[in-house]
Design a protein. Structure first.
Length: 209
């Protein structure tokens, strides 16, 4: 049996074999209440996507500016991310904007690194994921978290390169890591720095609305 905290909504997720009863599962949870309590307390504060708050875009905090009288939808400039219309719709419009931006930026990143590496996925999808930033199937389908648009470009590129490398090595063998390091900026050093960044900051991004 395993326990984990869903960083996005703070729920406790229990995974257990079919042979384990619900009663045994609950007992397992109760045995680990100290860990659950401390893990929940350690979660970063959930980000609010509303006027006066900030949203991360490509690794930088960007002010959210509500423009109630504007008729331009949502737009980004040097002052911040402007959102027009009713304030009640600000969060949804910010997320819609981020999804659109993610599709644009991640599509370009996949195309760029696919050409560099000579590895072409059968399909690329953006998803709302809970634990992994990307994944690759044996059929060559790559799935990426749309939240990568919040990370610095070199972090986004690392995840893309990582998943593309699985098209050649469907494992985490020495050959796989050698291929990843060959295409990462600053090689193995850059790859390890990207992994550290995700470890240190990933949960906060998952907590953004």
């Amino acid at each position: 049996m395993t326990l984990r905290i869903d960083a996005q909504d703070g729920s406790v997720v229990v995974t257990m074999p079919e042979r384990i009863s619900q009663r045994q599962g609950l007992a397992f949870v109760h045995q680990h209440m100290d860990w659950i309590t401390s893990s929940l307390a350690a979660l970063p504060e959930k980000r609010v996507l509303a006027d006066g708050h900030e949203v991360m875009i490509e690794g930088s905090p960007v002010p959210i500016l509500h423009e109630p009288d504007a008729r331009r939808g949502t737009w980004l400039d040097s002052d911040g991310l402007h959102v027009s219309g009713d304030a009640a719709h600000t969060e949804r419009r910010v997320k819609d904007f981020l999804h659109t931006l993610a599709k644009e930026h991640l599509s370009k990143a996949v195309a760029l690194h696919s050409k560099r590496m000579g590895l072409v996925p059968s399909r690329v999808d953006l998803r709302e994921v809970r634990s992994r930033w990307g994944s690759c199937t044996r059929k060559g389908r790559i799935m990426l978290s749309w939240r990568l648009v919040m990370t610095p470009p070199e972090i986004r590129d690392y995840v893309v390169i990582h998943e593309l490398a699985h098209l050649q090595h469907f494992d985490h063998s020495a050959a796989f890591w050698s291929l990843v390091d060959r295409f990462c900026t600053n090689g193995r050093t850059g790859r390890l720095a990207a992994e550290r960044w995700l470890s240190q900051n990933g949960t906060a991004l998952l907590r953004a609305a």
